[in-house]
Design a protein around this ligand. Structure first.
Ligand code: DX5
Ligand code: ZN
Length: 215
């Protein structure tokens, strides 16, 4: 089953509690939280305090995508804030192997994200420690960008590795996802679709979520 994970990056930042409740009503499976530090990416969004605040407003799993330097610093803070998944960027952590272990030890599901310019094989020795893998199909930092098709080969590689090695991680794709690109991503093996502008920009967000799930 394909899971749809709308991104709160496209929500109204002055109405986050309302919007997370709306996503739940619209049929989202997972809530995607884009944490940006202004250093790993130029944008600053929000951190563990927002995660904790939204935790009180939804029962859906919180998928926290941390686009931050030194992700190891924030493991305990996000565990306390009620994150279900904590997904770090491979490029931001020379000791991603250790940090992924710490994320699991803290009681969360662990994930690794790859920038468009990063080879899938950068995750090769991390996959046993992953409950989630995240393929960026835009450069991180902003919503509303155009889908980069090179991401599809990475999704295929991750699916092959999962089968060959008998692993069970989700394969999430993030950036430029709409009904058309979702179809390509699912055909390549994606199991979780992140979408910001496609859901929040839709006239009927409920239908947009349904269109993604049926991709
Ligand atoms: C980008 C974020 C994405 C973003 C996707 O850095 O990781 O989650 O919200 O937005 P859209 O779906 O508009 O490309
Ligand atoms: Zn994201």
């Amino acid at each position: 089953m394909i899971k749809v994970a709308p991104s709160m990056l496209s929500a109204d930042f002055a109405e986050m509690g309302r919007d997370v409740a709306r996503l739940e009503a619209w049929g989202a499976d997972i809530i995607h939280l884009d944490v940006m530090d202004g250093t790993f990416v130029p944008t600053i969004t929000f951190g563990p305090a927002m995660c904790a605040a939204l935790r009180k407003r939804t029962k859906l799993p919180l998928d926290v995508h941390i686009m931050v330097e030194h992700p190891d610093t924030y493991v305990e803070q996000f565990a306390e804030a009620g994150a279900d998944y904590l997904v770090l960027h491979r490029e931001a952590d020379a000791h991603a192997h250790r940090t992924l272990q710490r994320i699991r030890e803290a009681g969360m599901k662990a994930g690794v994200a790859l920038n468009p310019g990063t080879s899938a094989t950068e995750a090769e020795y991390l996959l046993e420690l992953c409950d989630m893998t995240l393929v960026m199909s835009v450069n991180p930092g902003a919503g509303g960008q155009k889908f980069l098709p090179g991401a599809l080969r990475k999704v295929e590689w991750l699916r092959e590795q999962r089968e060959k090695r008998g692993l069970a991680y989700e394969i999430e794709i993030d950036g430029g996802i709409n009904a058309d690109t979702a179809r390509l991503a699912v055909a390549a093996g994606a199991t979780v679709l992140v979408a910001g502008s496609f859901v929040f920009g839709a006239k009927e967000p409920e239908k947009a979520i349904l269109a993604l799930r049926e991709a």
